[in-house]
Each structure stands twice: as structure tokens, then as C-alpha cells.
Design a protein around this ligand. Structure first.
Ligand code: BMA
Length: 939
């Protein structure tokens, strides 16, 4: 927990005056100062040839590049925070000059201030060179929701203009050439590794005060102690996921499996040819000696005591990272995995601190998804030697001699009750570099269908023998115990399904397609081929309107028959989308000359099952009067009676969210007048309170994680929460803890790292901090939301081991350690299924295995179905629900009142907690962090 120092009485007084006098103020006084300090604690100094940095008072500095005047504080989308100002480096360096730490020549940067497209020539650079001997080149890149970054110029690569400027600066022979990377994540650094570039500071997207933080580091006012949370490869193509990240397919095969980030490079790039800056890297202006740890064991936890000494001549902080190299066993392991980390306090030269790092044995286990260890579906700790390496980066650690822990025999740590095997991932990478074939379970027919000559036969659309890889299959209901499924996602020209038929009697056959189309009428929806020959027919589909149960996409109608000639023997019938496909449930084939009679008989036999009647429950008030929401605070045991008195309609309404309110909320929950449940506002922004008012913007989470300092993250969570409270919000839609699988994912800046332990522990700290100041958190996006391109369609195909050991891990850590009240599912599909509709994920893993008792929200406006979300265990559909669909589903027996009550129960319990949090006083801001030597541009 955060150690809170007592408030200075003056601070407390000032705070209470501010609170009462300016309760509308959006920015909590003091927060920008904490934001600045947090950014400085997190930025990583990547390179520092010949101790170029810190700058000294004699250095005559000039800043170049558009980024110097338009420094980017944060990303766009729901991660964007409105701020009153965003400090820029030009201004920040000028401040440092005023304080006498450098001399500064603003003329260079000012040129970009006047013209953002300014393109300097040699004459301009040489002119500046006469006044300055130190050049700071700023390279800025933004990023945001719904769009991925690009591997090309202007994003991963430098633009032509930037290259030109870099060359001019190199040629002008400044005494010091420093590059500041103000980027949303890793970029190519291959043009920056030569000796002409003396130093590189990774400033990331550091919030409104970040430019001041960068300047604090450049001048050594603060000694850098941040580390990289991702691997910075030499070329984008060196990342194993680059093979399928940038492509138009609506799926991604996570073939690299558990070898994500440094797990891949440490295993397969031992010569270090493919990495410029490794995971965990970050320099300091002093030196530390990390001595061999002493290992002891406390029950099922290994305890490492690591002595760290500052052997340099400046005070500073160091991050100790403890990596484990596990025995290969039967399952195979990456060469290195982060097992624990800790950060020293500010150590004076010569000072020593012993850090205690704890590694629960369970954390070292791997999930056996195929039974190689003999324990399929279990997390197992394999026997053998576990070697632990302490160090200050993933590269440095391997140079230290390891501490050994021997596990005598295999131990089963946990047995899964839910399974989430991929059905469409054909192979995965193993530790020896080979590919292991995985069982691909395709929902296709293996056999050909025999076409009778004397009766009609119905072929379920999903029983194809071949299909375009992006073709989908969706469940849309049950008929008795049989699942009703249809072919979907045929809305692109060229997507197809193919059926193999055996025709004994050649001739003309009539075919009737059963389709749905919720949009306006469509013409010529598909091309039909018989053994590769296009059939001369045209299929038009009227609008089929909204269905009784599942809305527009599942209200199937049977089209008028079309005929085609089928030859004898094996026949391939291929249905190819003309780009406007609809959902296809089934089709029926009958010999053309008898088709009317055969279809009529077929329809009688196969008429759909009658739907059960609908009995709307009377609203039953308990004999002693109505129980309102407020009553539950004193009598929580009345929850069941409270829910029981609600009508089906009340329950269905409660399970949908409400649109955002005037002050900038992202949407609200609750708001049921009859039972006096007030609305509770959610708000966005992992980097600050996203409101209509200006608020404090913080270092983006990917940067903050670089502090490797959970205590700092807790401080930020708390400071942000106090500001949220001031702005009358309740539920924070953060932290997001998806893994950085590929550096170009547009939302990586909102997430934390390529490493699950760091993501989980820093995410848990943010969550604890927010909760300590009475703001509820929402962990998101569950799960595997690792690409923004076509984010509603993209299917993450992941082995169950990689899913559980890498992608779900941060969520598991946060759910178990920080007990968040809310969790949000994702837009993407997971192994062909919509996450919000997957019971194994929401109920099996999250609720049953991890014991999550909070509220599960679907992501805003996703394309999942409210009925299926509820069946899967989702609690509230955001931003709005579909109560009518829930009620219809009850009428048809698909959902029960029990389903609605269960979800409402989870919601009401969470909201009661939020209510208690709401009633707590906003605490004055404690003096947690020392102020930097001079405050930023505080208003
Ligand atoms: C969606 C997602 C969520 C966000 C929500 C509410 O688009 O991006 O991360 O919390 O909107 O704004």
C-alpha cells in the first residue's frame, strides 16, 4: 500500500478551501506536479555515449523538429484526456535555462512553431550550430483507438524529412546530438544507433507535464530510472507477430505462442542480432552493483534478498529484475521470463539497499493444453532446475550467475474447469524452434452429402467441406438440445462456402436457401458454382426485418427455389459472396420436376418447434412493503427478495447501460427509478479523467509501467481517483491490460507491456490506488484485444497455453490481487467466438476459476447479442442494452428469469459497493512525492 505521509496542515486547509470554493474545478491541485514526477520516474534513457547526458550549464542547447513545439502528451480515442495545456519541450528547455541548468537557443524550435511543415536546409542548421553546440531532435508519433500504427515512414520508420534533418544534424557536428522519442511505443532506432547520435531518451506519451519531465531528465535534475516495457527490435519484421499483424485477413494466428516479446528474442536470438534495446533496459547517471541474491523459502514462495549498491557518484534509483530460466521439461519454456521485480529508494552514492523479491512457485508453472506432461488441462510445475538471474535488464541479467532452485518432481498447481481450446490455429512455435501441429477442429462436414432422387434434403449451412478462412459460423439459438447455427461474415466479395455432394441421379434440382437480411433488400447476393461452373441464376433477398429472438440477423426466411443441373458423382457446390452476403441458415435440395410436392412434404415434417408461452411475472411486493435499493445497505440479505419483486421488464432494463451524461461520462449503470437505484457514471481515459472539462493528463500506462514501481502506480491511481471524485464520476474504465503482442497495435499505449507479470502487477497497483480513493475500476479488454484493424471482426486464434500463460495472466493477477468491481470484455473474437458471448471465458474462467464476483460489462456498442451475452455470464450490455430481446428470449425459452436475476444480482452488489465509495469524503491530496525543483506550468 502507499505510505501516506501526514498532511501538512496548510495543504489540508488549502485543499478544503479549494474544494468548497471551486468544486467545479476539474483539475485537482497538485496532480500536474505528481504527473510530472511520475513521467520522469518512468521514461527510459536508452543510450548515453560518453556520458553525454546530463546536460551541464555550459551546454548551448537547441531543439529541432515539429515535436519540440508540439510535444504529444497522450493518444486519441477513449484514451484521450482533455487538458488545459500540454507542455512542450521548447518551453521546458527554456525553463531549465532560466534555472541556470543549460543555455538555450529557442530559434530552431520556433521555426516549427511558425510553420509545422518547416523543412530546414543546411544553411539553417549551420546557422543554429553557430549559436548552439547541443542539438535535441524530437521525434513524435501519436496513436489511438480503432486504428493500428503503420510499419512505414512516419510511424515505425522516420519520414524522409526526419531522415534529412537527422543527416543535417549529424553533418553539422554538434558536440552533442540527443534524440528524444516522444512516441506511442517502439519505433525503428536503427538510424540512431551509430556514434553520431550520442543519447536517446524515450519519453513516450508522458501526459501534460511530460515535456518538463523529459527536461528534468536531460539536465539531470532527476536521475533516470525508467525501463522499457517492450523489446525494441532492429526491424519491425523481427517481431514474430509481424507476419500476420498487418494484413487484411480478419484473423490472426498467434503462431509464436508463448514466445511473445523478450521471451521470443531471448530464446531464438541468442546472438542479439535482432534487438536494439531489450525489455527492461534503461540507463542511469550513476552505477549500481546488483549482488548475488540469497534464496530462502517460505511455504510455497521463493524469497530472494538482493543487495543493491549505488557505486556511482550521483544518487539514483535502480530496478532489479529477476528472470527465471525454467527447465525445458516436456512442455518447453522460453529462455527467460520475468519472475519478480523491485525498485530501490533513491540511493546516495555508496548507499546499499536489500530488496526482497517474492516468487510464488505457482507462478513458474505452465499450462498443459495438449497433455504432453500427462496432465492435460492443468497448470504444472515441471521437475528440474529453475535458474534465477537478477539484473537491471533482460540482457544484463543473463550475465549474472544464477541462483538455483530444484523442483524434485512434477507438481500439479491447478486443474482447469473450463477449456478454451482454439479450433482454427493449425500450428505453434515450440522452444526448439520447430512448429507443433495443433488439432484443428473445423465445424465442417467431413462426409459428402448424398442427394436423394425422391425426396427433399436439408443441408445445414455450417456443414461445408471447405470455406474461406474468414467465413464465420454463428450460433443463434437452440432447437431442443440442438444448437441452431448459421454461416455468417460473408459480407466480402469472394468469401465462400463449399459443399461436397454425391449425386446418384443426374438432372435438374431445385434449391431453396434459408437466409436472413436485416438491412434493405439486396440484389444478386451470391454466385453459385457447380464443379467450378458458374450457374446462370440470380438470388435477391428482401429485407427480413427484426426476428423475434435475436434481431435483424437471425430472422430467417426461405427464398423461392432456383434450379441448377447437377452431374452424376461427386459434385462441389460452391456459394461465393458477391460482397453483400446475408446469414445463411440452411438450404434444401429436391429434384426440380417434383420439387413443389417434395418441398411441401419436407416443410410439414420440419416445421420449427413451437415456442413455449410467455408468462410475465407479476411484480410481487413483499408483504411488509417495497424493498428499495437503499434498504439493501442495511439489510444486504434482502437482495434476493429485492430482485424477486422486480418484474422481468425491470430486470431486463437494468441489464443495459445508459448513454453518457452531460459532464462527459462514458455512460452510466443502474438508474432504475422504481426501485430507487441511482445512476452511476463511468468515465474513460487510462491516462486521466476523460471529461468535457479539462483534467490532469498522466503518463500513458505503457510509460508508467516503465517505472517498474507499483507504489508509484498506486499513487497515480489514487491521485487520478481523487480528481475523478471531484468531477463526480464513480467507475473508471481502466486499467487496460492487454499484452503488447505487436508494437503497432493502436491501443498499446493504453496497455502496459509485453510481459504479463509487469502488466498484472502494475495494473493491480493502479486498481488498488483508485479503489483506495473510492473509485471503482474496470479491467479491460477481456481478452486478447491486440489489434485495432477491423476490431469488431478480428479473430485472435491462440493456443490455450499461450492464452492462459500470457494473455489472460494480467487479468488473473488483477482479479485475484486487487479484486476490481468491474471488468469489460473485448471487441475482438477469441478463437472464432465473440468474447462477450463466450461462457467458458466469462463464467468458466473468470467467475468459476478466478472467483470474480463483480460486474462484467460488454464493450460499448460491440456487435454481440444481448441474449447470448447474458447466457455467457455477461452482466450489463453497454452502452445500451436490448431489453426487448431479453424478454423475447425468455418468451421463447432461451433465457430464464434466473439468468436475468443472476446478472442483476451481480450488478446490484457491485453498485452497492460503489454507493459506499461515493459517500466517502474526498481526501485531501497527501504530500506523496517531493515536488520537482520547480513546478510545471501550473495554472
Ligand atoms: C469503447 C472502448 C472502451 C471504452 C468505451 C467507452 O470504444 O474503447 O475501451 O472504455 O468505448 O468509451
Amino acid at each position: 500500500m502507499v505510505k501516506r505521509s501526514a498532511f501538512h496542515p496548510v495543504t489540508a486547509l488549502l485543499f478544503s478551501v479549494l474544494l468548497t470554493a471551486t468544486v467545479q474545478a476539474a483539475v485537482l491541485p497538485g496532480n500536474p506536479v505528481i504527473s510530472r514526477r511520475a513521467a520522469a520516474e518512468s521514461m527510459a534513457l536508452l543510450k548515453n555515449r560518453n556520458s553525454t547526458l546530463p546536460l551541464i550549464p555550459a551546454d548551448r542547447v537547441a531543439a529541432f523538429g515539429h515535436g519540440a513545439v508540439d510535444f504529444i502528451g497522450g493518444g486519441w480515442g477513449s484514451g484521450h484526456v482533455k487538458t488545459e495545456y500540454n507542455a512542450n519541450l521548447n518551453e521546458a528547455l527554456a525553463r531549465q535555462a532560466e534555472a541556470g541548468r543549460i543555455r538555450y537557443c529557442p530559434e530552431a524550435a520556433d521555426a516549427w512553431g511558425g510553420d509545422s511543415k518547416f523543412r530546414p536546409d543546411a544553411a539553417f542548421v549551420n546557422h543554429i550550430r553557430k549559436q548552439a553546440d547541443t542539438a535535441v531532435l524530437v521525434i513524435s508519433r501519436c496513436s489511438g483507438e480503432s486504428k493500428d500504427r503503420s510499419p512505414g515512414a512516419g510511424d515505425w520508420l522516420l519520414t524522409v524529412e526526419e531522415q534529412e534533418l537527422l543527416q543535417l544534424l549529424k553533418k553539422a557536428k554538434f558536440r552533442k546530438l540527443i534524440v528524444v522519442l516522444n512516441t506511442a511505443g517502439p519505433v525503428s532506432t536503427s538510424e540512431l544507433t551509430d556514434d553520431a547520435v550520442d543519447a536517446i531518451l524515450y519519453a513516450s506519451l508522458p501526459g501534460m507535464e511530460g515535456a518538463h519531465a523529459a527536461a528534468d531528465l536531460l539536465t539531470g535534475t532527476i536521475n533516470p530510472s525508467g525501463k522499457l516495457t517492450d523489446t525494441w527490435a532492429v526491424a519491425y519484421e523481427d517481431y514474430p507477430s509481424s507476419k500476420d499483424f498487418i494484413r487484411t485477413a480478419d484473423f490472426q494466428e498467434y503462431e509464436e505462442d508463448i514466445f511473445v516479446g523478450y521471451r521470443y528474442f531471448s530464446t531464438f536470438d541468442k546472438e542479439k542480432h535482432k534487438v536494439n534495446f531489450p525489455f527492461g533496459h534503461g540507463l542511469s547517471y550513476t552505477m549500481f552493483e546488483i549482488a548475488a541474491p540469497a534464496l530462502s523459502r517460505e511455504n510455497d514462495t521463493l524469497v530472494f534478498r538482493v543487495p543493491v549498491t549505488n557505486i556511482g557518484d550521483r544518487s539514483g534509483r535502480e530496478v532489479v529484475q529477476l528472470y527465471v530460466s525454467a527447465p525445458q521439461g516436456k512442455l518447453g519454456k522460453p529462455a527467460m521470463e520475468l519472475a519478480a521485480f523491485g525498485k530501490t529508494r533513491d540511493l546516495s552514492p555508496g548507499e546499499r539497499q536489500e530488496l526482497t523479491l517474492r516468487v510464488p512457485l505457482a507462478q513458474l508453472a505452465s499450462f498443459d493444453d495438449t497433455g504432453r506432461s500427462g496432465h492435460e488441462g492443468c497448470r504444472v510445475l515441471e521437475a528440474g532446475d529453475y535458474r534465477f538471474f537478477p539484473g537491471n535488464s533482460s540482457w544484463d541479467a543473463i550475465m549474472h550467475s544464477p541462483v538455483l532452485f530444484r523442483q524434485e518432481k512434477l507438481q500439479i498447481i491447478f486443474r482447469a474447469s473450463a477449456r478454451l481450446k482454439p479450433s482454427l490455429l493449425p500450428r505453434r512455435l515450440t522452444a526448439d524452434g520447430s512448429r507443433e501441429a495443433l488439432p484443428v477442429i473445423r465445424a465442417t462436414a467431413e462426409k459428402t452429402v448424398e442427394i436423394p432422387h425422391d425426396r427433399a434434403i436439408e443441408i445445414e449451412a455450417e456443414n461445408f467441406t471447405a470455406a474461406h478462412p474468414n467465413t464465420g459460423i454463428e450460433k443463434f439459438g437452440n432447437q431442443g438440445r440442438r444448437e441452431l447455427r448459421c454461416v455468417s461474415r460473408m459480407d466480402h466479395r469472394g468469401r465462400f462456402v463449399e459443399y461436397t455432394l454425391t449425386v446418384r441421379q443426374p438432372g435438374r434440382y431445385a434449391i431453396r436457401f434459408r437466409v436472413s437480411n436485416g438491412r434493405p433488400a439486396l440484389q444478386d447476393i451470391m454466385t453459385c458454382e457447380v464443379n467450378g461452373i458458374v450457374q446462370p441464376l440470380r438470388l435477391d433477398v428482401p429485407s427480413t426485418g427484426n426476428g423475434p429472438v435475436r434481431g435483424e440477423w437471425y430472422n430467417f426466411i426461405t427464398l423461392a427455389p432456383v434450379t441448377m443441373k447437377l452431374p452424376r458423382g461427386e459434385v462441389k457446390l460452391k456459394l461465393i459472396s458477391n460482397g453483400t452476403f446475408i446469414n445463411l441458415d440452411s438450404f434444401t435440395i429436391a429434384p426440380a420436376q417434383q420439387s413443389d410436392v417434395l418441398f411441401a412434404a419436407f416443410d410439414r415434417e420440419h416445421s420449427r418447434i413451437p415456442l413455449p408461452g410467455f408468462h410475465k411475472r407479476e411484480r410481487r411486493f413483499p408483504p411488509n412493503g417495497k424493498i428499495v435499493y437503499g434498504t439493501l445497505r442495511r439489510y444486504p440479505e434482502q437482495l434476493d427478495a429485492f430482485l424477486e419483486q422486480m418484474s422481468d421488464d425491470d430486470l431486463a432494463q437494468l441489464l443495459g447501460g445508459h448513454a453518457g451524461s452531460s459532464h462527459g461520462s462514458a455512460g452510466s449503470l443502474g438508474a432504475c427509478d422504481v426501485f430507487e437505484i441511482p445512476p452511476y457514471d463511468t468515465f474513460d481515459g487510462p491516462s486521466g479523467v476523460r471529461s468535457f472539462d479539462s483534467c490532469t493528463s498522466w503518463p500513458c500506462p505503457a510509460l508508467l509501467a516503465g517505472s517498474f514501481d507499483p507504489e508509484l502506480a498506486e499513487t497515480i491511481g489514487a491521485a487520478l481517483a481523487r480528481e475523478a471524485r471531484l468531477n463526480r464520476f464513480d467507475i473508471w474504465l481502466a486499467p487496460g491490460v492487454n499484452i503488447h503482442r505487436n508494437p503497432l497495435c493502436g491501443r498499446n499505449f493504453e496497455y502496459l507491456s509485453e510481459d504479463p507479470l509487469l502488466s498484472g502487477q502494475m495494473g493491480a497497483a493502479l486498481a488498488r490506488g483508485a479503489a483506495s480513493e473510492n473509485i471503482a475500476v474496470t479491467v479491460k479488454h477481456f481478452a486478447a484485444n491486440n489489434r485495432e484493424h477491423r476490431r469488431f471482426q478480428t479473430d485472435s486464434r491462440i493456443s490455450e497455453r499461450a492464452l492462459r500463460d500470457i494473455y489472460l495472466r494480467p487479468f488473473e493477477i488483477i482479479v485475484k490481487e486487487a479484486r476490481p468491481l468491474f471488468l469489460m470484455s473485448s471487441y475482438n473474437l477469441l478463437s472464432g467466438r465473440k468474447t462477450a458471448e463466450t461462457p467458458e471465458l466469462l463464467t468458466g474462467i473468470l467467475r468459476d476459476e478466478w472467483k470474480f464476483t463483480g460486474t462484467i460489462l460488454s464493450d460499448w456498442g460491440n456487435n454481440s447479442d444481448h441474449v447470448y451475452e447474458t447466457l455467457a455470464g455477461n452482466t450489463v450490455k453497454m452502452e445500451r442494452g436490448n431489453p426487448a430481446a431479453l424478454l423475447e428470449a425468455m418468451r421463447h425459452g432461451e433465457l430464464t428469469r434466473g439468468h436475468l436475476k443472476r446478472a442483476a444480482g451481480y450488478l446490484v452488489k457491485s453498485l452497492l459497493q460503489v454507493q459506499l465509495m461515493r459517500e466517502k469524503q474526498i481526501k485531501p491530496a497527501p504530500d506523496i512525492l517531493p515536488s520537482p525543483p520547480e513546478a510545471g506550468k501550473l495554472k
